[in-house]
Design a protein around this ligand. Structure first.
Ligand SMILES: [Zn+2]
Length: 363
């Protein structure tokens, strides 16, 4: 029987830096013998006192720990996937199940177990459980972001399902935060969801935003977007902003002190030029792309990876299938984050509406 064996990062130097090796055997015991014969150094690691598998190493067959199967007598068939997962010493307190669940990202050198720990300890607020918030929350949850706050006051409408993948057909009529919480629990029970079935407003925004490390904006109206921008700045939190309209999407990141949404668009456009989000057509794949990019930026901020979109507005033209970007900067005249700010607390956000980009919609 030929099976694929996943080798975790700490053992990879024992397999010529390969993360997968082929192995043979009718049972797990035979497979271990085969690996010991071909990779003696790995074999030493897999052999404790008396020749048994050491207790700090777990073996999984097709994602099931062998003690829940038939132990080392577990039979193997062609194409099975076997994983060798060590408990990592040094206060790295991931369970063996977590080591396996997140193995594909733990094996990224800049992530590793320490990065996974950061994700599990991180708190991300997703404002809006709609077209943008759905893919963002799903991917953040799957990656193991330990605490997800989800803000949405709406109930699910049948017309939402075309893009809002946090929810399912039987959820129509239910509060979106409830179905979101259930969906996320099925994706990843490691994640604690804190639902807020309310609208963000000047009275609650700072208090809620203040409890999170990163804010992901996934909203369909300009008053909430400006409110979120102001609250994130005043609370000193990075704010990932995304929006979609027709076939175009935009994403950027605002780091307090390096510019904000008001630096980009000081004031919203008059309400009469803004179409209502529910009257603008949209393919669900557009908020899908933008929401996933928002999640990616949030993960990068938590992990300290790469270059964030801070200082850049990424524009996605889905019809041309092109990404372009424009530079953004902090405006010294900005009423919020400029040199002489006039906005020092959250005020009224009514009557705000769309931007020159016409009704950026969460979808
Ligand atoms: Zn600003």
């Amino acid at each position: 029987m030929a099976v694929t064996v996943y080798i975790p990062a700490p053992f990879r130097r024992l397999t010529n830096n390969r993360s997968y090796v082929e192995g043979h055997g009718q049972t797990v015991a035979e497979l271990l013998d085969d690996l010991k014969a071909r990779y003696p150094a790995l074999g030493d690691m897999l052999q404790g006192e008396g020749g048994d598998l050491p207790s700090h190493i777990s073996i999984y067959v097709n994602n099931q720990e062998i003690h829940s199967l038939q132990g080392e007598a577990t039979p193997l068939k062609d194409g099975d996937e076997v994983a060798v997962i060590p408990v990592i010493a040094g206060g790295q307190d991931l369970t063996s199940e977590q080591m396996l669940r997140y193995s594909r990202q733990i094996m990224i050198p800049d992530v590793g177990v320490a990065g996974q720990r950061k994700l599990l300890d991180a708190r991300v607020l997703v404002v809006g459980a709609g077209g943008l918030g759905s893919p963002a929350a799903v991917y953040l949850a799957a990656a193991g972001v330990g605490t997800l706050g989800i803000v949405d006051s709406d109930e699910l409408d049948l017309s939402n399902l075309q893009r809002q993948i946090l929810h399912h057909t039987p959820d129509v009529g239910r509060p979106k935060v409830e179905s979101a919480q259930e969906t996320i629990a099925r994706y990843n029970p490691d994640v604690r969801v804190i639902p807020y079935r309310e609208r963000l407003d000047a009275a609650n925004a700072l208090e809620i935003v203040g409890q999170y490390d990163v804010v992901v904006g996934a909203v369909d109206n300009f008053d909430t977007r400006y409110l979120l921008n102001d609250a994130s700045y005043l609370a000193g939190k990075p704010y990932v902003d995304g929006g979609v309209f027709l076939f175009e999407g935009q994403v950027t990141v605002f780091i307090p002190g390096q510019g904000c949404y008001r630096c980009l668009f000081p004031a919203p456009p008059p309400a009469e030029v803004v179409p209502k989000p529910s009257q603008v057509g949209l393919l669900g794949t557009l908020p899908g792309v933008i929401g996933v990019i928002e999640a990616f930026e949030a993960l990068k901020l938590i992990l300290g990876l790469g270059e964030s979109l801070a200082g850049r507005l990424l524009i996605f033209d889905a019809l041309a299938m092109e990404f372009r970007q424009v530079r953004t900067r902090r405006d010294p005249q900005c009423p919020l984050c400029g040199d002489a700010p006039t906005i020092r607390e959250l005020g009224e956000y009514k009557a705000l509406s769309s931007s020159p980009l016409a009704g950026r919609d969460e979808g």
